[in-house]
Design a protein around this ligand. Sequence first.
Ligand code: ADP
Ligand code: ZN
Ligand code: MG
Length: 479
Amino acid sequence: MKYEAVIGLEIHSELKTKTKIFCGCATGFGAEQNTHVCPVCLGLPGVLPVVNRRVVEFAIKAGLATNCTINKYSKFDRKNYYYPDLPKNFQTSQYDLPIAEHGYVDIDVDGEKKRIRLTRIHMEEDAGKLVHSGATIKDSASSNVDYNRTGVPLLEIVSEPDMRTAEEARAYMEKIKSILEYIDVSNCRMEQGNLRADVNVSLRPVGQKELGTRTEMKNINSFKSLVEAIDYEIERQTEVLEDGGHIIQETRTFDAAKGITLSMRSKEEAQDYRYMPEPDLPPIITTDEEIEAYRKGLPELPDARRERLETKLGLSSYDAGIITSSRAMADYFDDVLATGADAKLIANWMMGDLAKNLNAEGKTIEYSPIEAKRLGDMINLITKGTISSKIAKDVFAEMWKSKDAPEKIVKDKGLVQITDTNELDSVLDEVITANPKPVADFKSGNKKAIGALVGQVMKKTHGKANPKLVNEMLQKKLS
Ligand code: ADP
Ligand code: ZN
Ligand code: MG
């Protein structure tokens, strides 16, 4: 039998508010253990939470940016469970009345567009962290609890089970990440765990409508792990089914080092959590006016930006897709564009030499040694004919190492393109005398033979001649 995979994601994203969701403690990453705590986030008796309005604002923005309906009446609920990193023994979350519902985002895999529906977006608080003395809990003599992260605001973004392959899941998570970055509500640093996903995977015979039994892999925090965990799980479940077995509904962990998923516990159901309304927090009421104001305040989102780069600036769909995939890259592009540089040349340089150099040094574009303005100035030198595209590569390499303006580098190194016909004249004559064969070929009608001569001139001038001009001058001389 042929099986089809069904995948749904619950993405958790830490919001970049200065303070926690229900108290005034700082949210910063990397502080000394248990220094960002107070009676509220430690769940001490006799204290009351107060919701951080910024969190509600960020949640509504995320909802609008993903085409959700904003619930004008929304409330918090308690999700009850015990774990040492959860001092209150319940997590304040949302259950039946989340802040946003029924949205969608569009993804693009291998040129094919697909719409992935969002079930809901809700607000909740993060739990603390266990810090084991050893590498894992099993080989640790003791564990400390760090409550700095307790009460850090999270959005949980739940998708419908609309994805069919690991690549679709990856594209979906990338799209959510870029939207959150564009609207500036989360840092989305996956390596710091502030964007992570619980991944649900099931199989069903192709053609069957009903969903199969799923397993859930928790806390996947890189795109690589996401793809590997899904592919592994599809393979594992296929084998079980083909051997006539049944999939057990369970929670599994993904071991990134080994690239396999392992059974952790049988899957909990909503009723296991004894959800109940949070009595200490009033409902969140949002008016139409507020929603409209937030909608108006949204920046240009990734899809719209990609559309602009494609239709207004003439970039290929592929280039536009890559450049707008992260806000930092798209902003860099727009900053270069503001210098008046040509859009296609910007794309070529960003995806070529710039990307290559950044990758080689493990840097992201925010830390590019070549700022947008300098790249723009360099591209403008090419367009004006001051330097050839070939020489520009050397100028670029020099700019990478120094803080100098491209004009200065070109002048200091004598890289200005030779556009003076007098200066080129003698070089051309030398080349013609030294290469009788291509000259004869050209004269007898093989027009392509001129390429060899242009090449020789470029070599003699160390790439500084203007190839277009050389070509024209040679044509004149030989006819
Ligand atoms: P929870 O995992 O918290 O119990 P849900 O039942 O709402 O919550 O499902 C969570 C995620 O699992 C959603 O993204 C949903 O699309 C996905 N999902 C639900 N059923 C299946 C299934 N049979 N196969 C794959 N994904 C599923
Ligand atoms: Zn606190
Ligand atoms: Mg789940």
